[in-house]
Ligand binder design. Structure first.
Ligand code: HH2
Length: 261
């Protein structure tokens, strides 16, 4: 058990848990540096909120938010850029990002797959039905784990067909993206079945509303639920956990690893 910790750096006014806190580039860079000190292996820099119903951000605005922060953090940790826009990804790669984390799994921008192939970066492909604006409109699955696995298998094939080295692809079930509470819990419970995809698994439960649906907690009170679900995800085979509260998560993983020997 040697999972990697991906720390979240949101350079947005409206992210669901930390919107507006790190909109200033220097504050975002300082936060990223702090997360590295807390144990983050990867810093995931995002300039557009993906919360349900979020307003889309224009390319120029997103680029201006993300680029200086990626530049300021490159070299301090592996940097991923959380974007669905090829122009933003390109600027971030030029500034030092080594991974593109695309919540649309390369479906939103026809230029994205080719860019990632050409630049040889890592790519995170996440499951999300529809778009952030529509995804929570009555999500339904035949079998949520089978459906997510089939979607991710198709997206891995599409990425490889576009010239992306399969070894650089990571997959993510998209906890909270177009899923009910029961869908999220079932995906976490049966996460091990996604290992059949043969690619490293990224899981992001951090502060998400499914935790609040379990225990009634508000968004600022979900560190315990984040840590519990992330540790269980790692026990089920997650290779990367994406969290805001890196210090608490790092301690939990260190202790879990010690217990498991
Ligand atoms: N979750 C969020 C954003 N990006 N990327 C991956 N690969 N997996 C996730 O689960 C994931 C993600 C949502 O969290 P956050 O960035 O905190 O919120 P917002 O999208 O409102 O900025």
């Amino acid at each position: 058990m040697n999972p990697k910790l991906m720390g979240v750096v949101n350079v947005t006014p409206d992210s669901f848990s930390d919107g507006g806190r790190y909109l200033d580039a220097n504050a975002a860079i300082a936060h990223g540096v702090e997360l590295v000190g807390d144990g983050a292996d990867i810093l995931d820099v995002g300039g557009e909120s993906t919360r349900p119903g979020a307003e889309p951000v224009g390319e120029t605005e997103e680029l201006h938010r993300v680029e200086p922060v990626v530049g300021g953090l490159a070299g301090k940790a592996t940097v991923s850029v959380d974007t669905s826009k090829a122009a933003v990804a390109k600027a971030a790669i030029d500034a030092g990002a080594g991974i593109v984390n695309d919540v649309t799994a390369l479906r939103a921008d026809p230029e994205m797959a080719g860019l990632c192939a050409e630049r040889g970066v890592g790519v995170v492909l996440m499951h999300m039905p529809g778009s952030p604006r529509t995804m929570q409109d009555d999500p339904r699955y035949e079998d949520v784990v089978d459906d997510v696995r089939a979607f991710l298998a198709e997206r891995v094939d599409a990425a490889v067909a576009a010239g992306i080295d399969e070894e650089r692809i990571w997959v993510d079930p998209g906890i909270g993206f177009g899923k009910t509470l029961e869908h999220n819990l079932e995906l976490l419970r049966r996460l091990g079945e996604l290992r059949e995809l043969g690619r490293p698994l990224v899981v992001g439960t951090s502060r998400k509303s499914f935790i609040g649906k379990v225990d009634g907690s508000s968004v600022g009170e979900r560190t315990g639920g984040t840590v519990a679900s992330s540790v269980l995800a790692v026990a089920e085979g997650a290779d990367v956990v994406r969290v805001h509260d890196v210090a608490e998560m790092a301690q939990a993983l260190t202790v879990a690893a010690a217990v498991l020997g």
